[in-house]
Design a protein around this ligand. Structure first.
Ligand code: NAP
Length: 244
């Protein structure tokens, strides 16, 4: 049985990714930061629904020491990691000149450092086994930039660069690294947007709807599968055509 770790698995896109991998028969490590109860409930319900081992693991991915401990715990509880989904993320809207040092570091810490720490911890096992998949959840704003989200856009563009460079480095070890760049997906992250803005975003989307967490989860399952065995270093836009 393969093991997947999904960072930020307690809510939104991460929760849907955990569910999709459990459905596919993976053992699932549901990482959470603050929402322990939600993550534990999810792990229990996925174990019961799909008969696979699932466990909730708390860790702030921006903290290197916590990440190392999390991977040790996962290896002990579920075995070595076959698939890592770097999904944990934070966002905020601010004028560029209002972004504080703390805002910048906080955003980079979770969105970019977190993916670095987790990938570095997961890779030795993958390289030894000559098999493994890393999927980074970037954003279409990392591809084209979002006004008033410069820190977020920069962190997500960084993930795209990391994906491409790491794919080249670990490809010879048969480890694949890809990126998903979601469009507008209805989760807590979009809570601060009013109905009018959401309507505008819908209007700018050729497929005329906003995305669901499941849209992203299905893409992640595909990229992890053998059906994607010749795909590495790529950015898969799942955005209804918003960015083409
Ligand atoms: P969300 O609903 O706000 O959920 C964020 C998740 O990240 C939660 O599970 C949260 O865990 C976790 N998290 C936050 N800080 C963390 C930390 N320091 N350590 C570990 N986990 C942490 O967001 P979402 O919309 O599902 O977004 C998931 C990913 O997709 C993010 O990387 C986001 O940038 C990206 N994305 C989202 C959209 C969108 O429109 N929603 C579009 C493009 C890209 P706790 O709840 O346990 O604290």
């Amino acid at each position: 049985m393969k093991t997947v770790v999904v960072t930020g698995g307690s809510r939104g896109i991460g929760e849907a990714i955990c569910a999709a991998f459990a459905r596919e028969g993976y053992a699932v490590a549901v990482n959470y930061n603050k929402n322990r109860e939600k993550a534990e409930k999810l792990a229990l319900s996925l174990s019961q629904s799909y008969g696979v081992p699932c466990t909730a693991i708390g860790c702030d991915v921006s903290d290197s020491a916590q990440v190392s401990k999390m991977f040790d715990d996962i290896e002990r509880l579920l075995g070595g990691v076959d698939v890592l989904v770097n999904n944990a993320g934070v966002s905020s809207q601010k004028l560029f000149t209002d972004i504080t040092d703390e805002d910048w570091r906080g955003c980079m810490g979770v969105n970019l450092d977190g993916a670095f720490f987790c990938s570095r911890a997961a890779l030795p096992h993958m390289i030894r086994r000559k098999s493994g998949v890393i999927i980074n959840i970037s954003s279409m704003w990392g591809q084209v930039g979002a006004s008033c989200e410069v820190h977020y856009s920069a962190s997500k563009a960084g993930l795209i660069g990391m994906t491409k460079a790491l794919a080249k480095e670990v490809g010879p070890s048969s480890v694949r690294v890809n990126c998903i760049a979601p469009g507008v997906i209805m989760t807590d992250m979009m809570k601060s947007f009013d109905e009018e803005t959401l309507d505008e975003l819908r209007g700018e989307t050729p497929l005329a709807r906003l995305g669901t967490p499941e849209d992203i989860a299905e893409a992640a399952v595909f990229l992890a599968s053998d059906k994607a065995s010749f795909i590495t270093g790529q950015v898969l836009g799942v955005n209804g055509g918003f960015v083409v």
